[in-house]
Design a protein around this ligand. Structure first.
Ligand code: ADP
Ligand code: MG
Length: 250
């Protein structure tokens, strides 16, 4: 079954009066893990924020469908309830709300004791959400939040940035478990769109499809490891596949 979870067509997004996303087409099917590479400031985080219609991100053209439902008239809450969860690049600190209380509020009824233990978050449940958390702790809390939400599509923004190697291993194990990466594609329930600036996360999370994002557009798509090799060798602007793709377009 090739069920489509997310279908983005010709998406244009502005922040203030500046266009940041300039015509993105992207389809994610059930079980697929997509990875988005791209330089700083190219609009990767903006794309995720626009999918959830966070305040300030204005869709000026194009459409986003989740499970076939056009989100044009939906609120962020309603879009999340269609089955989308997001782990932020820079999660907000929320004083007065403990991590434990926050998890109770968003939990869909699952037992969180195993992910809390695997992500080593027991000592953080009584702490105010993200307040004073280190880089690794922030990302572990974000992944725990996804466990609680249990979405069909995980939007994960730079899970490895500001995180040491041991924490990357812990986070990757948890993401792989959520994505059922040990099971055949057909039996996987969840999909993901993972942003990576460095590509480090690909050592531990096996993505199915990679995209290079530049200047608000997807400029090429293909095997994630091949794309990462090209980027490592030639940088983003020299990515062979991007250049080939641009030739095809022009
Ligand atoms: P990336 O995640 O690829 O590094 P972003 O999506 O964070 O890029 O940012 C893309 C561009 O949009 C940047 O130039 C950034 O300054 C701008 N931008 C993003 N969010 C805002 C905002 N809330 N207000 C003004 N500019 C923004
Ligand atoms: Mg970003």
């Amino acid at each position: 079954m090739n069920t489509t979870i997310l279908d983005i067509t010709n998406l244009h997004v502005s922040v203030g009066d500046k266009e940041i996303i300039s015509g993105v087409d992207l389809t994610i099917k059930k079980g697929e893990v997509h990875v988005l590479f791209g330089p700083n400031g190219s609009g990767k985080s903006t794309l995720l924020c626009a999918i959830l219609k966070l305040p300030g991100y204005i869709i000026t053209e194009g459409s986003v469908r989740v499970h076939g439902t056009d989100t044009a008239e939906l609120t962020t809450d309603a879009i999340a309830n269609l089955g989308i969860g997001m782990s932020f690049q820079h999660p907000p600190q929320i004083k007065g709300v403990t991590l434990g209380r926050f998890l109770e509020t968003i939990n869909h009824g699952g037992d969180l004791s195993i992910p809390i233990s695997e992500l080593a978050m027991e000592a953080f449940l009584e702490r105010e959400l993200n307040v004073g958390f280190s880089g690794g702790e922030l990302k572990r809390a974000e992944i725990l939040k996804l466990y609680a939400q249990s979405p069909d599509l995980l939007l994960i923004d730079e899970p490895e940035s500001g995180v040491d190697i041991e924490n990357i291993a812990v986070i990757s194990r948890a993401i792989n478990a959520m994505l059922q990466k040990g099971s055949p594609m057909a039996s996987r329930e969840r999909s993901a769109l993972i942003i990576t600036h460095t590509g480090t996360i690909l050592n531990t999370i096996h993505a199915d499809i990679g995209h290079v994002f530049m200047d608000g557009k997807i400029v090429c798509s293909g095997n994630p490891l091949d794309i990462m090799e090209d980027i490592k060798r030639d940088g983003f602007s020299g990515c062979v596949k991007c250049i080939e793709n641009r030739k095809e377009i022009s």
